[in-house]
Design a protein around this ligand. Structure first.
Ligand code: SF4
Length: 216
């Protein structure tokens, strides 16, 4: 049986050598739930190298829901370009700001269901905001967490949402915090989607490499 606690401890020790994911960097830098929520939305289907500068450009113009609403969709589009789906995201950001002002006194809510009811917010974003912005328990499963925990054989699932449910059932709560940040950094650096770098992986001796074909 794969010892997930030990594996995560090994990765935590190796983590300082890897680039932290952009949303985690913002969480460290800004400590502001609205900025973290906005950078999560910008990061969807977008590489970190693009999300980081686009988020900073937008935060220079607007740091609150009220300030964001004063910007036109066109201005937001131009500011966040070239993030993926920048036109849709510009409209979603304005709708999000309006909803926060109308229903949450301009604040980001702190519970999962209220977050999931916000425009543009799915389970991945909601869980990431809970953990990164509020230090609350949550498991944010994106493609990295889904792929890696399946390669370990710790879960056997077909979709990220099934992985989230499986991890919620089996992963000890003390391991939830920081799981996404750790596995995204690991997935971008070593356990990459295509051709993972197994020969330089600190888990090489213990990983069953389920579903891994070509590896380096
Ligand atoms: S040994 Fe390979 S498949 Fe297993 S965690 Fe490391 S990089 Fe990923």
């Amino acid at each position: 049986m794969f010892d997930v606690g030990r594996a995560l401890a090994v990765l935590r020790r190796a983590m300082p050598a890897w680039q932290a994911p952009v949303v985690a960097e913002f969480a460290r830098e800004r400590r502001d739930p609205f900025s973290i929520l906005v950078s999560c939305l910008l990061s969807l289907r977008t590489r970190d190298e693009t999300t980081g500068p686009a988020s900073r450009r937008l935060f220079r113009l607007a740091e609150t829901p009220a300030a964001l609403l004063r910007l036109s969709s066109r201005t937001i589009e131009r500011t966040i370009y070239p993030v993926g789906f920048y036109r849709t995201k510009a409209r979603t950001l304005r709708a999000l700001a309006q909803t926060l002002l109308d229903h949450h006194r301009g604040r980001v809510p702190t519970d999962l269901d209220a977050l999931l009811a916000l425009p543009g917010v799915g389970r991945k974003t909601a869980n990431l905001v809970l953990t990164e912005a509020f230090d609350l328990p949550g498991i944010c499963v994106d493609t990295h967490v889904h792929r890696i925990t399946n390669r370990w054989g710790y879960v056997t699932t077909r979709t990220p949402s099934a992985t989230e449910m499986a991890l919620r059932a089996t992963l000890p709560r003390r391991e939830w915090r920081g799981l996404n940040t750790l596995l995204v950094a690991f997935g971008q650096t070593i356990c990459r989607p295509l051709s993972p770098r197994c020969s330089s992986c600190p888990l090489n001796a213990v990983c069953p490499r389920r579903g891994v074909g070509r590896a380096r």
